[in-house]
Design a protein. Structure first.
Length: 221
């Protein structure tokens, strides 16, 4: 029951805060891109939360409660959060002052990309029971090298990168995309530090790096 209440509180606060960051700068509730984005964001989150509550409550608890301990990772997480907030605010202002002209086709494509990103994220949660919000080596942890992990070493960040690129366009803002873009560089920095931690503390991870060459993007990086 405690986990259920905490999950509901996190979901509701996220919904309200995200809405405020979008609708207040827009100066109106008549912001179709914001409603579309919130539907695409929070419906999958709700479904994923219900599934985790039933099938893997421990993973849900870890993702709700754990906080980053690595100093370098704390900085990356904080800066990513600031850029995300800034992109929401810029998107709202963009809608209010009509700075961008994003076609309905691009919005539709971005919506599909966002859903694909969430689908990949859900698959990563299914494949990797050790997945956590923080960079750490857990007791009894082993290297996961099947499924998406046989293609790239960090499929979760691949999924997140799709979200970063699609969210501003779903909101109809090229300027928000510009603000959000540095998050991709921050993901690369997070991966570099994470792999150092895993190589030092997780048996077999150094060999895994040699077997699976690409970090996030197959045949590219």
């Amino acid at each position: 029951m405690k986990l259920l209440l905490k999950t509901f509180a996190a979901f509701l606060s996220g919904l309200l805060i995200t809405g405020a960051m979008l609708f207040v700068p827009a100066g109106t509730l008549h912001y179709p891109g914001a409603w579309l984005f919130m539907a695409l964001l929070f419906v999958p989150i709700l479904v994923m939360g219900i599934v985790l509550m039933i099938k893997n409550p421990e993973l849900l608890r870890k993702r709700l409660e754990m906080k980053e301990r690595e100093k370098e990772q704390k900085g990356v997480v904080a800066l990513s959060g600031l850029l995300l907030v800034a992109s929401f605010i810029v998107a709202g202002l963009d809608y209010r002052f009509d700075w961008s002209n994003v076609s309905s086709l691009i919005v539709a494509i971005a919506s599909v990309v966002l859903l694909v990103g969430y689908a990949l994220y859900a698959e990563v949660l299914r494949e990797n029971v050790y997945l956590s919000r923080v960079v750490e080596v857990q007791e009894g942890q082993r290297v996961i090298d099947t499924g998406l992990y046989s293609i790239v070493r960090h499929p979760m960040y691949s999924a997140v990168s799709l979200l970063y690129l699609s969210i501003p366009l779903v909101l109809g803002s090229w300027w928000a995309l510009l603000v959000m873009s540095p998050c991709l560089l921050l993901l690369a920095a997070r991966i570099k530090n994470e792999e150092q931690v895993l190589c030092q503390g997780l048996a077999g991870y150094a060999d895994y790096i040699h077997r699976v060459r690409y970090r996030m993007i197959p045949f590219v990086w």
